[in-house]
Design a binder for this molecule. Sequence first.
Ligand SMILES: NC(=O)CC[C@H](N)C(=O)O
Length: 362
Amino acid sequence: MEKGYLLLETGDRFEGTLLGHNSSITGEVVFNTSMTGYQEILTDPSYAGQIMTFCYPLIGNYGINAIDDESNGLHMAGVVISDLCMTPSHYLSVKSFAENLERAGIPCLAGVDTRAVVKKIRQAGTMKGIITTTPDIYETWIAQATLAPSLVDKVSTAQMQHYKGNGPHVVLMDYGFKKSILTALLDEGCSVTVAPYTTTYAELVELKPDGIVFSNGPGDPTALKEWLPEIKKMTETFPSLGICLGHQLIALAYGAKTDKLHFGHRGGNHPVKELETGKVWMTSQNHSYVVTDEGINQETFVVSYRNVNDQSVEGLKHKKLPVVTVQFHPEAHPGPTDTYHIFKQFLHTIKQSGETSYATTY
Ligand SMILES: NC(=O)CC[C@H](N)C(=O)O
C-alpha cells in the first residue's frame, strides 16, 4: 500500500492510501449516497469510465458475495472511499472489497475525506479527476485529460444471448444491462433475448419479440444518435420499456433533448412522484443526464414521473403506443424495490397488446 492522490480538474487534491493498481487513471468523478449495495454499484456497467466516490463512510464490512454482481465484471475507472474494512464479516462473503478491486485491476483510494470530495463535486459539478501516486503531474494531466463520451461499445454483449421461459418473448436491448433487469424479466416468466446495442430494427423483427426493454448504460445518450431512427421504429412496432439510458434514448428518438445534471442522481433514496396518482415512490438512481421538459412533444408523450427534489423528468408515457420509460431503476439492486411493479405492468401491457405469440422461438 502506498500513498495516492485524487486530483480534480479544479486543482483540488485529496490524499489517501492506494490499493489495487498503481498507474494513474482518469475518470469522471461522481458520488453515490447509498448506505449499502457497494457490490452492485461496483458491477453496474453504467459506471464505466467513472471514478466512484462512496458517500457512506464504512465500505467493505460485509465483503463480496457470489450472488450480487450486476454484471460479469467491474467497469468503473476507480474508487474513492473513506474507511475501508479489510476484515469483512458475513456468512455469504467469499472475498474482500480490496481483493475484488485488486483482481479487477481497479485502483481504490482509501482513507479519503469523502465528505470533502462530495462537497466539492456538489459545488463545482461532476468533473474529471485522476487517481495517481504522483500529484505533481497535475499540469500535464489537465492539459491532456479526455473522457470517452460513451463506453456502451465496451459493455454491450457481442452476441445474442437467449434465456428460455414460458411467457412472452422480450428482447433486452443491451447498452450495459444490469443483471437484475434480466432477473426481473425471467422471474416474470419471460423468454429473454439479450441483444447487442447495434441490433437493427430488421434484425429485431426477425426475433419476433412480444416486447422490448431498452437497458441502462454508461455515458452520454447523444453519443448513440446514429441508432435513434432504429430505436424509434422498434418502439413504434412493439410494446417498449426504457430504463435510465433506455429512457433517454427513447426520448431522444422522438425529438426530445437531454442535458447534464450538475452532479447527477446516484443513490437509493431518490423520491419520485407519479403524477397520475400523486404517489411518491422511493427509487434507486444512477444517472448524470436528464431529459429536458422543453423538447418533449406534448402531443406524443406525457411526463409520468418527476423527481421530488429537483422536479426533473423521471418518466414518460406515450399517449397512443404502449411505450413507457423511467429514469430510475425499478430493478433496484442496490436500493428499494418499491417500483418493481413497473415490470409487472409492462408484462400486463404486452399481454393486452394482442401481439403475443408466447414460447415461440426460444
Ligand atoms: N444508469 C444509466 O443508465 C445511466 C444513463 C446515462 N449514462 C446517464 O448517466 O445519465
